[in-house]
Structures are given as structure tokens and as C-alpha cells.
Design a protein around this ligand. Structure first.
Ligand code: URP
Ligand code: ZN
Ligand code: ZN
Length: 472
């Protein structure tokens, strides 16, 4: 055999990156893309991708796996089931969150999260941090050290009692991010407004799941988005606003960009495919399945999010997979009890459906180009979180993380998904595409029909400085 024989060659692929679309063979050795071009040398294995679009494996920069939550609640997906589900939907890198508990150090959270992930991932993973207690020690010692060790992004919350920071604390965290070249992701909702509205709704007996939406109207997100932008401007550091749900937050981000501010933004499938009605048109409890924050809005807001995606307002499209079972003691409907919306755990599953939903309804329906799809689902997350060009593109030297797309009619059903959550909020949506194959480091992990386990082969990735940020 010749010296140039590859481990695997994918032939006649229509390769789509964030910038280009071209016909090419892909030569893979040792899990890395070694050659691109036509009629390259033979592979020990070959896959014919003629007529198929091949994109980089997805990088889901916002998902929650096996995150500690107060008992009896429990996240339904751990690293094993979450990365299995990710792979079957075309995602080959996940970035969940190591959460600092108030009163504890960040290192404890990181150590605990490594224990949860170790030997359990089927695809590669990195960690964001959640900073809930920015003490001087955290700001001056822990964060700088952790950033240097490969944890270059952290999320902060403006709501949730156990996580929220006040404006002064946010400024401190932003200042640390600026000094050490990290990226801060902001959950922007006004905690006091939510609490005030929740109490009024409860006093009036309005506690069904749909009132979750009433307790978090768009004003609450708009105000916090505006405030986060102002705080970022004051410190002069970029931020990324996560899970943007509709028009009023989009307007704030557009305003900031128009004023030359470096504000990045994320949206998620729930703001394109779910609406307030999915949390219940009457007081039916099943709407709890779609309770997440910010809540899904209405059709008009879905259109605004689609337009903003096409226009380039959004940097990343993530799942915000936050998996709680519906049935069972540990989930949204514990032991069949109908909980007031305040106690319904926030979050919905979506790791596996993220890429097919956007490919089918975005690319194939002509709302976005395939290159924009790649940018949103893979390249920009890799850049924002310091993993590019190893991840997020199809280039010589990049990891051979690839998705071969097939145009096929698929109706989403929870029974066909690979997560451990007992429902999908997207049940019954009819799609025109699904991955025919997902490869992680050159190995087939989803063959279009069956999951091919790689348990423990998913590697922990240390993140460098975000490459979306202007160079200092
Ligand atoms: O409702 C949501 N989004 N739950 C997950 C946690 C978060 O804030 O992203
Ligand atoms: Zn959030
Ligand atoms: Zn989240």
C-alpha cells in the first residue's frame, strides 16, 4: 500500500464551510483532516458522499448535562446519554457548564464536573464555568488560573436566586474577563420584575404552566439585555447574550451593534419552533414540557428571530438543552403533581434536534444559506469558545468531525431520539433532512440508522482565548 493511504476517504462531498461550498474528497488520518481535493489517494475505508452536503460537526456551545440541581430534581441526561443524542443529531462537540455553588470555589465545581464527564463522553467536550459567587479570591486568583488552564468562557445570571449577580458583581466579572481575555455569556432577565410578577400571578391563583410566560414578558428580557449591554460598554469588553427570544431583545442588540459595541448573541430552536401556546392555551399542565427561560414568545417573534438569523445579528445557534423528565419524581410533573409554575424546572431538551431543525427549516426552505448554517451551528461557537480551527470547520489539520446530510422526510418523535429525557417539545414536527452520518475524529458515531458508541473516546478540550474578540 502506498504511504499516502488514508484511514478514511470521503469521496465527492459537497463540502460546506462558513465561507465556501466546493466539491472535494476528504482524506482523514489519525482523526484529523489531512487532505482536501479531487481524486486523492485511496483510504483503508471509503465513503461515497456524491450528491450530499458535508458540513463540520456541530459545536453546541450551550447545553446542560448532569448539572447538579437541588433534589429531588435531576437532569435526565448525563455525559453518556447527552453526547449520544448530540452525535445522532450531528453535534460532535458539546460545551456544558461547571457551576459554582455560592459559598464554594470554582475549582470544586470543575473537579466535580470532570468526575461526571470522565470516560462517559461519546464526542468531544469542553466546559464553560458559571460564576455565581465572584469573591475577590475567585476574581483575582481562581478565574485567571482557570482561564489559563482552558476554561475561557463563563456564564453569569441576572436572575435565579441561587445564581444571580447584582450589577456591581457583573462589572467585576466583566473586568476580570477583559483582563484575562475570556468571554462572558449573559442570561439577561430582570430578577426583581420576575419575582414581583410571579407573586401577583400567584395571589390571583394563576399558577398553571402558561403563566410562566406571563411572569417573564419580553420587557423583563429587554431591560436586562439593555443593562447587560450598558455594563459591557462601561467595562469596554465584549459579551455574548444567550438565548435571545424575540423582537425587543433583538432591537437592543441591533442598537448596540449600531453604536459600535461588541455584543454577540445566541438564539435557540425554541424561539423559532415553539410559542407561548405550547406552554398551554388553557390551564393544562402538559405545557410544563415547554417551560424554559426566557419563555417561547409568539409567531411574530419567531419571524423576527428568523430574520435576525439571516441578517447576521446572531453569532451562534445553540440548543440550551436543559433536560428534565416530564414524568417521574425528579422532573416537571413529580409523582403526577401539578406544581405551580414557580416550581417547574426551567429548560427543555434539544441537543439532537438542533441541527436538523435548522438545516431543514432554515437551509432547505431558503431562509439561510448553508454557509450561514455552518457559521451558526459550528464555526462561530468554535471561535467564540477558543476551539477554532481544530473544531468548527473543514480544513487541513482540523479534527475530522463531519456531518453528511441527507434530504429525507423525518417526523420528530421522542421514540427515535437518543437522549434519556422522556419527551421532546418538537414531537410531530415534520422535517426534510437528517444526518445520514456523523463522524467524530474520523469515526462513524451515527450511521443514519444506528448510534455507534464511542464511550469514553470523547476528549476534554482546553479552550484558548476566544478568536471572535478583537486582538489586543
Ligand atoms: O430555561 C432554561 N433556559 N434553563 C436552562 C438554564 C439556562 O438559564 O440556560
Ligand atoms: Zn440561561
Ligand atoms: Zn442554558
Amino acid at each position: 500500500m502506498s504511504e499516502t493511504q488514508f484511514d478514511l476517504v470521503i469521496r465527492r462531498a459537497l463540502v460546506a464551510t462558513a465561507s465556501d461550498t466546493f466539491l472535494s474528497d476528504i482524506g482523514i488520518r489519525d482523526g484529523v483532516i489531512e487532505q482536501l481535493g479531487r481524486n486523492i489517494a485511496a483510504g483503508k475505508k471509503e465513503i461515497d458522499a456524491a450528491g450530499r452536503t458535508v458540513t463540520p460537526g456541530g459545536v453546541d456551545g450551550h447545553c446542560h448535562l448532569d448539572q447538579p440541581v437541588p433534589a429531588p430534581l435531576r437532569m435526565a441526561d448525563n455525559f453518556e446519554t447527552g453526547t449520544r443524542s448530540a452525535a445522532c443529531g450531528g453535534t460532535t462537540t458539546v460545551i456544558p457548564f461547571a457551576v459554582q455553588e455560592k459559598g464554594h470555589c470554582l475549582q470544586d465545581a470543575v473537579d466535580d464536573y470532570h468526575r461526571r464527564a470522565k470516560d462517559r463522553a461519546h464526542v468531544d467536550y469542553a466546559f464553560h464555568l458559571i460564576v455565581s459567587d465572584p469573591t475577590p479570591d475567585v476574581l483575582e486568583r481562581e478565574l485567571p488560573r482557570l482561564i489559563a488552564e482552558g476554561y475561557s468562557s463563563f456564564k453569569i445570571y441576572m436572575t435565579y436566586d441561587d445564581l444571580k449577580l447584582n450589577d456591581g458583581q457583573i462589572l467585576d466579572v466583566l473586568d476580570t474577563a477583559k483582563k484575562h481575555n475570556a468571554l462572558v455569556m449573559v442570561h439577561a432577565e430582570n430578577a426583581d420584575c420576575i419575582e414581583w410578577l410571579t407573586k401577583r400571578l400567584e395571589a390571583a391563583g394563576n399558577t398553571a404552566p402558561r403563566f410562566h410566560g406571563h411572569s417573564r414578558p419580553m420587557l423583563v428580557e429587554r431591560e436586562a439585555t439593555h443593562r447587560a449591554i450598558a455594563l459591557s460598554e462601561l467595562v469596554d469588553v465584549p459579551i455574548l447574550i444567550v438565548h435571545v427570544s424575540g423582537r425587543e431583545a433583538v432591537e437592543q442588540i441591533r442598537w448596540a451593534r449600531g453604536h459600535g459595541l461588541n455584543i454577540f448573541a445566541e438564539t435557540c430552536p425554541q424561539y423559532l419552533f415553539l410559542s407561548a401556546e405550547d406552554m398551554g392555551v388553557d390551564n393544562s399542565y402538559v405545557g410544563a414540557k415547554c417551560v424554559c427561560s426566557p419563555p417561547p414568545r409568539d409567531k411574530g417573534n419567531q419571524d423576527v428571530i428568523w430574520a435576525a438569523l439571516a441578517e447576521g445579528l446572531f453569532t451562534v445557534f445553540s440548543s440550551d438543552h436543559a433536560p428534565f423528565n416530564y414524568e417521574g419524581l425528579d422532573g416537571k410533573h413529580p409523582d403526577g403533581q401539578e406544581m405551580p409554575f414557580r416550581y417547574v424546572p426551567n429548560g427543555i431538551p434539544g441537543l439532537e434536534t438542533r441541527m436538523p431543525l435548522l438545516y431543514s427549516e432554515g437551509v432547505l426552505k431558503g431562509r439561510i444559506t448553508v454557509n450561514k448554517f455552518v457559521e451558526l451551528t459550528s464555526t462561530n461557537a468554535a471561535k467564540a469558545y477558543g476551539l477554532h480551527p481544530r473544531k468548527g470547520t473543514i480544513a487541513i489539520g482540523s479534527d475530522a468531525d463531519l456531518v453528511i446530510w441527507e434530504e429525507r422526510d423525518t417526523e420528530i418523535k421522542n421514540t427515535m431520539l437518543h437522549h434519556a429525557t422522556d419527551y421532546t417539545p418538537y414531537e410531530g414536527i415534520k422535517l426534510k433532512a437528517w444526518p445520514a452520518m456523523t463522524l467524530c475524529a474520523g469515526e462513524v458515531v451515527w450511521d443514519g440508522k444506528d448510534f455507534q458508541p464511542r464511550l469514553g473516546k470523547g476528549r476534554f478540550l482546553q479552550c484558548s482565548a476566544p478568536s471572535l474578540l478583537p486582538k489586543k
